[in-house]
Write a protein that binds this ligand. Structure first.
Ligand code: FES
Length: 488
């Protein structure tokens, strides 16, 4: 039986002859980055075998090897949102926990059950990223018979975070009385161990349709005394995380028409006010999180996070201040906007130079394929906005506020988001970032039992708009994929 020797961890993993390296590492609790889910197309799962660089997902082990893993940078995760705890009436006594399970990262907050104050927070990369960057690859993995493994991964990660926040606040996990969890439908179902088959085929109906409370102990056994709050999803691809955003932003009670946009590995949006709410999910894909982009990476040290023009030349800032190793979503939007301003990108998104690449410095560049990925993502989000507006019978200029939720929404430059056509231009001056609004909603749910009941009322009230079945979807999408002609 060959062994994989990992000197940096002083570890040996025994594997069957001919086993896949990625599989063997995953079984040993090591999860190289794998945005394409092991298809061999993203090139991000590079490791070194006996000093030679290989793709872990395309390598088999048929002899003893020595393995070196690349250095991983810490992910920039947004914790802050617009959390206020005016009312405190939790379902149970004890400390409170609130989770936001994202496709990319998992955030945990520990709250004082008497005051609602935040005592500690912690976050980590969602370990399921080893099975792909987007929800679709996770759903496929689960349906291939690995649901139990995906469930175990997220539950273990959550328990690690629980231990961390409890140790920071010097309390025991046994003192936790309530745990609220929000996430997109796939993340919620994988966490609960429910097969995501419903999300793999039309009509993509949600199965978590009502608020529920169950003992936490079967799922998160380190919290034997806690009640777990299950928050309903709004639709098959609009989840409890969007519900969390609605609770914390109070969109459902506003007079003015507000657009809530949460762009992660999917674009979930709600348009409306106290009278009417429409939700949709735009298949933005993970490009805006740096996946499927030649030099794309998550927002971590070494990522170009902003690009601007100085005397007609592109300048970049890099997270952590060192040498650029890649580019994350906010940098990507800026770079494309700069390309438009320089006339390097035409209306169709074609790069106007012979090389067909846009150089950003330090060997980092964007390819024509990368630009297409951005066009598809921004086209999907913009189409969602335009079709919701149409369904409501208003015009984009009738939207009084645009609230951008999530890390990406907090770091992107609103002017450039409008310049590339991610958001209709007339809304530029009305854009505001609302931080981790889903996490804030999870905190409110943990603090006040009436909030959980209210999520049931909201699911009934929100109309879900299936974008692809709208008659003018294709026409709107084709138009939304283009860039504007630069006039200045
Ligand atoms: Fe190996 Fe994408 S190339 S996971």
């Amino acid at each position: 039986m060959p062994t994989i020797y990992i000197p940096a961890q002083k570890r040996e993993i025994a594997v069957e002859t001919g086993a896949g390296l990625m599989d063997a590492l995953n079984r040993g609790g090591i999860f190289p980055d794998a945005p394409c889910g092991g298809n061999g197309t993203c090139g991000k799962c590079k490791v070194f075998v006996d000093g030679a660089e290989v793709l872990a997902c395309k390598t088999t082990v048929d002899r003893d090897i020595t393995l070196t893993l690349p250095q991983t940078a810490e992910l920039r995760v947004l914790h802050t949102g617009i959390y206020t705890h005016q009312r405190l009436d939790p379902l149970r006594d004890g400390y409170l926990l609130a989770f936001d399970i994202g496709t990319t990262s998992v955030v945990c907050f520990l709250l004082d059950g008497k005051t609602g104050a935040e005592l500690a927070g912690a976050s980590m990369l969602n370990p399921q990223t080893a099975f792909g960057a987007d929800v679709i690859s996770r759903i496929r993995t689960a349906l291939r018979g690995e649901l139990a493994q995906l469930s175990a991964l997220i539950r273990d990660a959550m328990m690690t975070l629980i231990r961390e926040v409890c140790s920071k606040a010097d309390i025991s996990p046994g003192e936790i009385g309530v745990i609220s969890v929000v996430g997109n439908p796939a993340m919620q179902q994988l966490f609960l161990g429910i097969s995501p088959e419903n999300l793999s085929k039309p009509p993509f109906a949600s199965v978590l349709t009502e608020p529920k409370v169950i003992p936490a102990t079967d799922i998160l056994p380190i919290c034997p005394n806690a009640h777990l709050l299950i928050v309903p999803d709004i639709a098959g691809f609009v989840g409890a995380d969007t519900m969390g955003c609605l609770l914390s932003t109070g969109l459902y009670a506003k007079d003015e028409i507000t657009l809530l946009v949460d762009i992660g590995t999917n674009g979930e949006m709600v348009l409306g006010n106290k009278n009417q709410m429409i939700a949709c999910a735009a298949a933005a894909g993970p490009a805006l999180e740096g996946a499927n982009i030649r030099f794309g990476m998550r927002a971590a040290d070494g990522a170009i996070d902003h690009v601007w023009l100085e005397n007609g030349e592109m300048k970049c800032s890099v997270i952590g201040g060192g040498e650029a190793r890649g580019i994350c979503g906010s940098g990507l939007i800026d770079a494309v906007a700069a390309g438009i301003r320089l006339g390097l990108l035409n209306k169709r998104g074609n790069i106007q130079n012979e090389e067909r690449v846009m150089h950003l410095g330090n060997g980092i560049y964007l390819t024509q394929d990368d630009i297409r990925q951005v066009q598809l993502a921004k086209g999907a989000v913009c189409t969602g906005i335009l079709l919701m507006v149409k369904r409501m019978g208003v015009e984009p200029e009738n939207i009084q506020t645009v609230q951008l939720a999530g890390a990406f929404g907090s770091y992107l430059d609103p002017e450039n988001a409008c310049r590339i056509g991610l958001i209709p231009e007339e809304l530029f001056s009305r854009i505001e970032a609302v931080g981790n609004a889903a996490g804030s909603g999870a905190k409110m749910l943990a603090c006040d039992k009436s909030m959980l009941e209210f999520t049931g009322v909201l699911t009934e009230k929100i109309e879900f708009l299936e974008l692809a079945s709208q008659p003018d979807f294709s026409k709107t999408f084709a138009k939304a994929m283009t860039f504007r002609e630069e006039t200045r």
